[in-house]
Design a protein around this ligand. Structure first.
Ligand code: 5GP
Length: 183
């Protein structure tokens, strides 16, 4: 779905499909260089990371494997609950593997902190994070994010995998949700 189709629901567009493609080409090339000669396991965090996982993995030139985790996050509101639960675990044993967690967005970082300590306890050879979007609050916590698509303002955004009450994930770009949609 094109951003134009829901322009009444957005206060503004942050990134178009072309912006995202361009940035992922750069990040993909960087990952290829950083992991040259090693085979990465990309771990996508469902559901939001579906789009970035699909596009990032195709922007890379190296072989990689993919696996998925599902953890609880916002529900249908726009504030982080801080409640994290594993809804679906990995199918892969990650011990001794080079693992790159692929995230849609980091806001407070609460969700990811939990996930990283959980994955670290499984003794991967390396464990890093790639996120498509990062909000300012994330910079105030100690999570080390190796690859960031875009740093964005502290607004509730939808599109490119990010939903509001289950909708808008299939937008090809990202925009700020208009308050009239959720108030
Ligand atoms: P954190 O634990 O970092 O505060 O929140 C991370 C999760 O909250 C993300 O994976 C995503 O599901 C959700 N989230 C955070 N900010 C936004 C946003 O602006 N829009 C949407 N749709 N979800 C968000």
């Amino acid at each position: 779905m094109d951003l134009d189709h829901v322009s009444d629901d957005l206060t503004h567009v942050l990134y178009s499909q072309a912006d995202i493609e361009r940035r992922l080409a750069e990040v993909g090339a960087q990952i290829d260089r950083d992991y040259a000669g090693r085979e990465l396991l990309l771990v996508g965090v469902l559901n939001g990371a579906v789009m970035v996982m699909a596009d990032l993995s195709r922007a890379m030139r190296s072989h990689c494997e993919m696996d998925w985790m599902a953890i609880s996050s916002y529900g249908s509101g726009t504030q982080s609950s801080g409640v994290v639960r594993i809804l679906k675990d990995l199918n892969t044993d990650i011990s001794g593997r080079d693992v790159l967690v692929v995230e849609d967005i980091i806001d407070t970082g609460l969700t990811l902190s939990y996930l990283m300590s959980n994955l670290q306890s499984r003794e991967p050879a390396s464990l890093e994070i790639m996120t498509m979007f990062r909000k300012p609050e994330a910079l105030q916590n100690p999570i080390d994010v190796k690859y960031v698509g875009f740093d964005i303002p502290n607004e509730f955004v939808v599109g490119y995998g990010l939903d509001y009450a289950g909708r808008y994930r299939n937008l090809n770009g990202v925009g700020t949700l208009a308050p009239h949609v959720y108030s």
